[in-house]
Design a protein around this ligand. Structure first.
Ligand code: 5AD
Ligand code: SF4
Length: 474
């Protein structure tokens, strides 16, 4: 598919840097102390990555940060549109700020992210949330300085919501949430149009960052001490299809894997339709690429998969999983997303999802009840299974997965894993938490100086969701 990707030019970025300086002058003249911003993020890692850029730009403009909304002079909600529940939470939380805003008219309330790319949502904000000052879409995040300047200096509300294929903006400052684990977007948008999903409508067409830009950011992260780097995209398996010279995701992984340094590469999300044997071989062969495959199958029934427009069958999915198991054995950890209660799904069809869950033996699952999204093809389908029934199915699935997870955990007793120690544990005061290459959590007793390093840890006791282990003496 030819994509009309707009790469933001250096002139455009320079213009935004000028606006950043102007915002800085405005806030310096308006507030005695450094004003604080509160950025509230909903949804997926891509949104977290966007918020990190939003915070990077805000820092450049002279803002400090707080988690307390009622302390902030600027509150930005970065929203998610994937399910209705997420949207309801946003409306609830924004509504709760009305009183604060009315008592503090100098406070700016801003909304951005996927929800804002939907007309009916923007209409509702215009009509019922008149205290919101600034609303901007997913394609203009890099113009935050200019938009904020307008919101601070004009009396009118600012709405900036262009509908377009999408942009790529390099060189935006980033303020990361974590100092060991980093998110690195490699592509944006989605072309798959799964029939239930709003993402292709709100995030535009697939577009890839250049491999050299990704590599430069990756190297920068490694030199700053980041040890776990997650490559992000709605469908990383179609990375590079729009680039010249052509490069595919496996080649990108090999390129990053060959860089010097002690680090681990993870990635999210893979689409089974585009997941190749080459990718599985790359995972098995590259020592710094994690053996964790998040490969959402959504449903185990072929009729439903077709209605979802997923582009693969249960058999094709299983053959990929079996190949991955063949090459990576016990090292492999599989996780998946599942939707229950797709319009028209019968209980028998749902049972196929359960049997697939049993067959693959996933480490963990992300399970969702189908949520109707305005404008998607599935929203037009008849949906006659009551919500209570769907909730029951979801319960069955969770119960099954709990048993499978416990069984999977038991298989690891006595094994030793190379783990990345990422923080404090929860099992006790002196416990630390670490992640295996397959994304399992092991907690063990140890001093805080181990945080941020890779260590060999032996599993002593498998618990339901975590493993208890012991650090191996060097
Ligand atoms: N309803 C329920 N779940 C959805 N997802 C995407 N769209 C919907 C929807 N309309 C789930 C899918 C996807 C994950 C990110 O969210 O399982 O993989
Ligand atoms: Fe949505 Fe499908 Fe794209 Fe995932 S691959 S974001 S489920 S359209």
């Amino acid at each position: 598919m030819s994509v009309n990707t707009r790469r933001i030019t250096e002139e455009e970025l320079a213009l935004q840097r000028d606006f950043a300086k102007k915002v800085n002058s405005v806030i310096k003249s308006r507030y005695e102390d450094k004003p604080l911003a509160c950025v509230v993020t909903y949804g997926c890692q891509q949104n977290v990555a966007d918020s990190e850029r939003i915070k990077g730009m805000l820092e450049e403009m002279g803002y400090g940060f707080t988690d307390k909304r009622q302390e902030a002079k600027l509150v930005i909600f970065n929203t998610c549109a994937v399910r209705e529940h997420a949207e309801d939470r946003v409306f609830g939380n924004v509504g709760a700020l009305k009183k604060y805003k009315l008592q503090n008219p100098d406070v700016i309330i801003a909304l951005c992210g996927c929800m804002m790319q939907q007309e009916h949502i923007v209409k509702r904000i215009k009509e019922s949330f008149e205290f919101v000052d600034l609303v901007f879409g997913t394609h203009v995040v890099h113009r935050l300085p200019e938009l904020l300047f307008k919101a601070l200096t004009r009396r009118r509300r600012v709405f900036e919501l262009p509908d377009m294929d999408g942009v790529i903006a390099e060189g935006i400052p980033v303020k990361r949430d974590n100092d060991r684990r980093a998110f690195l977007p490699i592509m944006y948008g989605c072309n798959n149009f799964c029939s239930y999903c709003i993402v292709p409508y709100v995030r535009g067409r697939e577009r890839s960052r250049k491999a050299e830009d990704i590599e430069a950011e990756f190297q920068q992260l490694v030199s700053e001490g980041y040890r776990e780097i997650m490559l992000l995209g709605q469908n990383v398996n179609s990375y590079g299809k729009d680039l010249e010279p052509r490069i595919n995701f496996s080649q990108l992984l090999r390129r990053l894997n060959s860089l010097d340094g002690d680090f681990r590469i993870t990635f999210m999300t893979s689409h089974p339709k585009d997941c190749t044997r080459e990718l599985i071989e790359t995972m098995a062969e590259c020592d710094k690429v994690a053996t964790h495959l998040h490969l959402p199958f959504q449903s185990g029934n072929d009729r439903i998969l077709k209605a979802m427009n997923r582009g693969y069958t249960r058999e094709q999915y299983l053959s990929l999983i079996n190949y991955a198991k063949e090459l990576m054995g016990d090292e492999l950890s599989i996780t998946s997303d599942i939707i229950v209660g797709f319009p028209g799904e019968t209980y028998e069809e749902f049972l196929d999802t359960k049997s697939l869950v049993e067959e693959i033996g996933a480490t963990s699952l992300f399970t969702f009840i189908y949520s109707k999204r305005v404008g998607t093809p599935a929203a037009e389908l008849e949906d006659n299974v009551p919500h209570e029934e769907k909730t029951k199915w979801l319960g069955e699935l969770l119960e099954l997965q709990e048993k499978i997870s416990a069984k999977q955990m038991k298989l690891h007793a006595g094994k030793t894993f190379k783990c990345f120690v990422y923080g404090k544990g929860k099992l006790g005061d002196n416990y630390l938490a670490a992640r295996t290459d397959g994304n399992l959590i092991i907690e063990f007793e140890g001093g805080e100086r181990l945080i941020g390093t890779f260590r060999n840890i032996k599993v002593i006791e498998p618990l339901t969701y975590v493993l208890r282990g012991e650090i191996e003496k060097k």
